[in-house]
Structures are given as C-alpha cells and as structure tokens.
Design a protein around this ligand. Structure first.
Ligand code: FES
Length: 119
C-alpha cells in the first residue's frame, strides 16, 4: 500500500504504524515546535509524548507511532499547534473514538448513582 507524505508517495506495509513507514522512507521531520519551528520526530514510540504528531487526512495532532497506515492516507508535517486542513476523509479515523464517547454517559450515570446514594 502507499501513503502520501507532503505529496510524495511512500510504500508501507499493512498494519504498520505511520511513523515506521515514514522512518523507513527516510523522513526526518514529523512536526515543528510552536515557538521556534524546530523539527521533531519519533521520541517515545509508544504514544506517550507528542513528538510524532502529524496531520493525517486533514486531522491534526495524530500520534503517528500508534496509528496504523491505511492505503491512500495523506500525512503532512504538523506546524506549531496544528490546525484542521480539510474535512475528514471517508474511512479516516474520527477525532474521538466511538468507544470513548460511549464511556462518557456510563461514567456520568455511575457518578449520578453515587451522588444519589450519598444524598
Ligand atoms: S513518539 Fe511519543 S507519542 Fe509517538
């Protein structure tokens, strides 16, 4: 499969993280810092820092070390704090996973139930 980085096609293996495909292709800049514009790329490699964040299919601040590639995916350098570059492409991941959204009402109802017991 192929991924586009700054308009350039890069070969990738199914299921590998975006960062792995970019590093294998020799990419050295994933994002730039907000104040000084200094280049950053992979640091922790396990989704704990934010050094690998990029704009993926128009969505900013995607951790590329833990996000798998998808054929035709467009990856761009994130400059500063990043911004949405366009609407989410069909099939691209949502900003908030459905599982995370579903967890919110459950937690809220659990908290409400606890409050009723205390009252
Ligand atoms: S390298 Fe740290 S979150 Fe990806």
């Amino acid at each position: 499969m192929t991924v586009r980085y700054q308009g350039r096609e890069i070969e990738a293996f199914d299921g590998e993280p975006i960062a792995a495909a970019l590093l294998a292709a020799g990419v050295s800049v994933f994002r730039t810092t907000p104040k000084r514009g200094e280049p950053r790329r992979l640091f922790c490699g396990i989704g704990r820092c934010t050094d690998c964040v990029m704009v993926v299919d128009g969505m900013p601040n995607v951790r590329t070390c833990v996000t798998p590639v998808r054929d035709g995916m467009e990856v761009e350098v994130l400059e500063g704090r990043g911004a949405w570059t366009r609407r989410r492409a069909a099939g691209a991941p949502r900003a908030v996973p459905a599982a995370a959204k579903a967890a919110v009402p459950a937690a809220a109802s659990e908290r409400d139930a606890h409050a009723r017991v205390e009252a």
